[in-house]
Design a protein around this ligand. Structure first.
Ligand code: PLP
Length: 393
């Protein structure tokens, strides 16, 4: 029987891989209502607490009053409006690059950049833990596609030796499910030695990392010669929506001419660009948000180590607790939830088999007391999980 969706869904359930969407019944923030219950959430990517910031909201309201709601057309037709243009100029200034190009989502920015730069006869090399949008982009490009070992410059160098045509090395800046940083100094050196270009998707680095929130390139002091193609997304630390690619004049013009995911889609609502202009100002200027967040990260890591939890090598707001099986990850997530704490269980295929985890994310909107509460309840639930395993053995 064709299209036997029922058995596909049943199999998914049996493997503890069935996905459900929690219903958020409040604005984004630490204390929210989910599926009718008040919870303390450690799950969003709103790292600087800007998604519900009053000034950002005002900027969007004013933007809608001035510019209307819909983008109305694609950028190349008549959808490229003044707020989009101003935001591109502000993002170019922020990243210290000649130009930036605005997209409606990070997924599309990645598809656009990779497919416009490489095609048949070329090579694209990606970290095996890259975000799905980067892997999809590599496949869609038609270039020779190969994945190197996670964050491993020697593994990349070996693949670079066999590369043909234009070669693009693509990596997350901060790995979205692990929270670790790409070893950019080593990866960029390996790429440079073979005249390959490096593209970094710093969706999780812009905002939390770097003295002014300039992300992983600011953190490592790398410039446009090291990373010619720099991608950022606006739905995480910026608290709004959309994405950008920053780089040279020629890079941006190439994307405008050739990138199908840029050309064949409606521009984002101009009011969203107005909101992002405000959140960019807060992200750059209010360094206390980064300082507070870093204190919470340090406190969480210390407390989790005291409980005996296995963390990953992450200096970022993404602090996964490694659990192993999908079943155990779901159980731990459920125990926390019974006690009013929301942390998502991340399972294969989002992460490799056997490495299911609870993905704790911290934000500048969390208080120290909220992190202490998370640690207390984690300790209780972790013991409970061990006890249940003992009883079931
Ligand atoms: C979230 C994310 C994206 C996708 O960005 P959207 O704007 O949500 O489409 C791309 N890359 C990475 C690494 C991400 O974490």
């Amino acid at each position: 029987m064709p299209f036997d969706l029922a058995s596909r869904l049943a199999a998914r359930r049996a493997e503890h891989l069935y996905r459900q969407r929690p219903l958020l019944q409040a604005p984004q923030g630490p204390e929210v209502v989910v599926d009718g219950e008040a919870v303390l959430a450690f799950s969003s990517n709103d790292y600087l607490g800007l998604a519900n910031h009053p000034e950002v909201i005002r900027a969007m309201q004013r933007g809608a009053e001035r510019w209307g709601v819909g983008g109305g057309a694609s950028h190349l037709v008549i959808g490229h409006s003044t707020p989009h243009h101003e935001l591109e100029e502000a993002l170019a200034d922020f990243t210290g690059r000649p130009r930036a190009l605005l997209f409606s989502t990070g997924y599309m920015a990645n598809l656009a950049a990779v497919t416009a730069l490489v095609g048949q006869g070329d090579t694209v090399l990606e970290d095996r833990l890259n975000h799905a949008s980067l892997l999809d982009a590599g496949l869609l490009s038609g270039a020779r596609f190969s994945r190197y070992l996670h964050n491993d410059a020697p593994s990349l160098a070996k693949r670079l030796e066999k590369a043909t045509g234009n070669t693009l090395v693509v990596t997350d800046g901060v790995f979205s499910m692990d929270g670790d940083l790409a070893d950019l100094p080593a990866l960029c050196a390996a790429a440079k030695a073979r005249d390959a270009w490096v593209m970094v998707d710093d969706a999780h680095g812009f905002g939390p990392l770097g003295a002014t929130g300039g992300g992983i390139v600011e953190h490592f002091g790398l410039g446009i010669d090291d990373v010619p193609v720099l991608v950022g997304t606006l739905g995480k630390a910026f608290g709004t929506a959309g994405a950008f690619v920053a780089g040279s004049e020629e890079l941006i013009e190439t994307l405008i001419q050739f990138a199908r995911p840029y050309i064949y889609t409606t521009s984002q609502p101009p009011a969203v660009a107005c909101a992002t202009l405000k959140s960019l100002e807060l992200l750059r200027g209010e360094s206390w948000r980064r300082a507070h967040l870093n204190r919470l990260i340090a406190r969480f890591r210390q407390g989790a180590a005291d409980i005996g939890l296995t963390l990953m090598d992450s200096p970022t707001p993404i602090q996964p607790i490694l659990v192993g099986s999908s079943e155990r990850a779901l159980r731990l997530s459920a125990l926390l939830r019974e006690r009013g704490i929301l942390v998502g269980a991340i399972r294969p295929p989002t992460v490799p088999a056997g490495s299911a985890r609870l993905r704790v994310t911290l934000t500048a909107a969390h208080s120290e007391a909220q992190v202490e509460r998370l640690l207390d309840i984690l300790a209780e639930c972790w013991n409970r999980l061990a006890q249940e395993a003992f009883e079931n053995a």
